[in-house]
Design a protein around this ligand. Structure first.
Ligand code: SF4
Length: 363
């Protein structure tokens, strides 16, 4: 069977070789060379030092040594949504030019953490010991939540795990169309499936390996039919001449495919990255045009578009969305109170208030 991603070699850390997830992955790739290793660190070090091309399409099945669940670090001096990241994998095969993972992960490996029994125990412990707290949890921070799911099958496990949780939801955030395994599951409204969206001009140029906008929306419609709550994330919004038509067209399409009442949130975020990342994009994606924009350092030292341009883009998007869905919860990712005010004529007083607004949509 052909998968969306086909490794040429699989390294398996000895300690996790008998786990359910490791065995499942190995059974899906019977013809691929497998090497058992005692410690994943040595492979990570080699992959970091040696030429990248040697390690392309290499899959590492290893143990997560730290906690699986972490509060999103957000960004200094900006309003954040107090989201929790669940790190089940690191690395992605979709190769978006702007992907910040190119700066975080210094090798091209895809690592899947197979000690999922530890992950579920950690989640149980966290959720039961903090019953008064509500958690929005997502797996899309160090990878795409579903791009590998045709052979990992973790989406289904997570949907089933969260179905009876009263103080948490899981968000599966993706650009992929690997959703067939999720249809028909007893999700009990505890899973949000969400898609990263963009203008067609950006997705075709800067997200060239990812499914197109219409394909993503057809997958979203399938999940709508399966009764899931849906989210959409326009992040990063990228300026280009004619951006108004491009982004408006995508908003129009969302509401052509999806009923407004099934959308729990839509986020907006502008292109942003640390200054040093500029060079990484130029080296990895010489064809990319995103580094040609005029970007200035903000209070968190990340480069962003000039504030009037960001607010203009956000205001327009908000207006187009509200035209279809006056009650939609549109929020900004990693922006200042000033930009919130200029976009919506209101701002959450702090990150906790934004968290409360988002939690209310799914509680
Ligand atoms: S889909 Fe997400 S994680 Fe994958 S390359 Fe694109 S931005 Fe990075």
């Amino acid at each position: 069977m052909a998968f969306n991603y086909n490794p040429v070699k699989i390294y398996v850390e000895e300690g996790i070789r008998h786990t359910v997830l490791c065995q499942r992955v190995l059974s899906r790739f019977p013809g691929v060379a497998v090497e058992i290793i005692t410690d994943a660190t040595t492979i990570l070090e080699r992959a970091t030092c040696e030429e990248k091309a040697l390690w392309q399409n290499t899959l590492l099945l290893a143990a997560q040594r730290g906690p699986f669940l972490r509060l999103c670090p957000g960004t200094m001096n900006h309003i954040c949504c107090l989201y929790h990241n669940l790190d089940v994998a690191a690395g992605c095969n979709l190769g978006c030019s702007y992907c910040i993972l190119q700066g975080y992960l210094d090798n091209p490996l895809v690592t899947v953490y197979c000690n999922t029994a530890d992950m579920y125990a950690e989640l149980e412990d966290k959720l039961y010991s903090h019953v008064g707290q509500f958690y929005r949890i997502g797996t899309g921070e160090l990878s795409d939540s579903l791009t590998f799911d045709d052979f990992l099958g973790l989406g289904e496990e997570l949907v089933r795990f969260f179905a009876d949780k009263t103080n948490a939801i899981i968000e599966l955030k993706t650009k992929s169309v690997n959703v067939t395994g999720l249809a028909g599951l007893p999700h009990n409204g505890r899973t949000v499936v969400s898609w990263s969206m963009n203008a067609h001009e950006i997705s075709s140029r800067e997200e060239a390996l990812a499914p197109g906008i219409d394909e993503r929306l057809r997958a979203a419609r399938e999940m709508q039919s399966a009764g899931y709550k849906l989210g959409f994330h326009f992040d990063p919004m990228i300026y280009f001449p004619g951006w108004e038509d491009g982004y408006r067209e995508t908003v129009d399409k969302i509401f052509k495919y999806i009923h407004p009442e099934n959308i729990v949130w839509i986020s907006l975020g502008s292109l942003r990255y640390p200054a040093a990342f500029d060079q990484v994009i130029r080296e990895n994606h010489p064809e990319s045009e995103i580094v040609l924009g005029e970007l200035l350092p903000g209070r968190d030292k990340k480069l962003r578009y000039f504030r009037p341009l960001r607010t203009q883009m956000f205001r327009q998007m908000n207006a187009w969305i509200k035209n279809y869905s006056p009650d939609a919860l549109v929020y900004l990712c990693m922006e200042s109170k000033t930009v919130w005010e200029q976009t919506f004529n209101m701002t959450p007083t702090n990150s906790a208030e934004l968290k409360k607004m988002l939690d209310a949509r799914v509680k």
